[in-house]
Design a protein. Structure first.
Ligand code: DD3
Length: 332
């Protein structure tokens, strides 16, 4: 671990997690989400490999912005067991509360190791209130590969994007410092060629193994890879170069150990770049979704209209409205 990361950890430990007051034992999520009042309606998805579970929960109470089902308000709760932090392991062995033998055979034995609460946390992500769209997003679905030609983009995908009212208020909140302002790692404030670099929601910043940051450009109206031309090269070069510099400075991870890429399709239509640790098999870094920023820059240098011309391949889930549009047009 780098010294700067260590120092930040110590600072955080001193004033509670990230400077936010930590709730006392017994009272759960203070202030915020009433987890203990939530009933689990169903498991949307789970993964033994990723040690995650996605829950559809319902909270009794007055926030009735949605009426997806029954009474109460829907929520998505994502629970995730996090990677080990190397500097905690000796503490973990020393402070365990119980070591229960499961079986023993020759020189081999297995145990259940029980830990005190503060060494046993679970990363919890909450979407609340959640709409039917949020619930659908996390349901396990079959996926289909689409080969989107330039024509398909013009006739199917673009009209679809424009007809949707995807809320990206959270993106504007970050850009306007109305949310997560204390989490910003780096900013180039230039309105045309600037961006904000910030840890992604998926990363708890406890260990560098699963490092995940996003660079969100200040410029509005660049929806995705499809909109990029040579005109955007200064912005893209800034994101690549200054993003990497900020990450080596803060976390000690050099550009040669980072995977820097865009998604197509993205999950929100405001241009952003993903920075993940190369050794981390990050969700969404597969060949059918990730486009390396260095390749994107090179392609645009070769041909300004590269991404307006090219057929782009991506996967869509069975329930996605865009898939239905592609099916109607006979493109699947
Ligand atoms: C999102 C894609 C979006 C559910 C979930 C996540 N990084 C975010 C709000 C704030 C953020 C992100 C949508 C939403 Cl779990 C629906 O992601 C975010 N803040 N990816 C950061 N730093």
């Amino acid at each position: 671990m780098t010294d700067s990361v260590k120092r930040r950890r110590e600072e955080e430990a001193a004033d509670g997690e990230n400077g936010v007051a930590v709730s006392e034992q017994g009272s759960d999520t203070a202030p915020g989400f009433p987890l203990s009042e939530m009933s689990v309606r169903r498991v949307l998805r789970e993964s033994a490999r990723d040690k995650t579970v996605f829950l559809h929960g319902q909270v009794p109470g007055p926030i009735m912005v949605n009426s997806a089902s029954g009474d109460g308000t829907d929520a998505v709760v994502i629970l995730e067991k996090t990677p080990f932090q190397e500097e905690n392991i000796s503490e973990l062995l020393k402070k365990h509360t119980k070591l229960q033998l499961q079986m023993t055979n020759d020189i081999y034995s297995t145990y259940r190791l029980y830990l005190p609460p503060e060494l046993n946390e679970i990363k919890t992500t909450v979407v609340y209130p959640a709409t039917e769209k949020h619930l659908q997003k996390y349901l396990r679905q079959e996926v289909y590969l689409i080969q989107e030609t330039a024509e398909d983009y013009k006739n199917i995908t673009l009209p679809f994007i424009q007809s949707q009212s995807f809320s990206i208020q959270w993106v504007y909140n970050i850009l306007e410092k109305k949310a997560e302002a204390d989490r910003v790692v780096y900013e180039n404030p230039d309105p045309a060629n600037g961006f904000i670099l910030i840890p992604d929601l998926k990363w708890d910043q406890k260990q560098l193994d699963d490092l995940y940051l996003i660079a969100i450009c200040h410029c509005r109206g660049i929806k995705s890879l499809r909109d990029l031309t040579a005109e955007h090269l200064p912005l893209l070069r800034n994101m690549a170069q200054e993003g990497k510099e900020a990450i080596v400075k803060r976390y000690g991870i050099p550009g040669s150990q980072l995977r820097v890429y865009l998604h197509y399709q993205p999950s929100y239509y405001h241009l952003h770049v993903h920075f993940t640790a190369l050794s981390y098999d990050a969700p969404g870094c597969s060949v059918e979704r990730a486009h390396l920023l260095s390749d994107v820059i090179d392609n645009l240098e070769l041909d300004s209209q590269y991404y307006q011309k090219r057929t782009l391949t991506f996967a869509l889930r069975a329930d996605e409205p865009l898939l239905k549009k592609c099916q109607e047009a006979g493109r699947v």
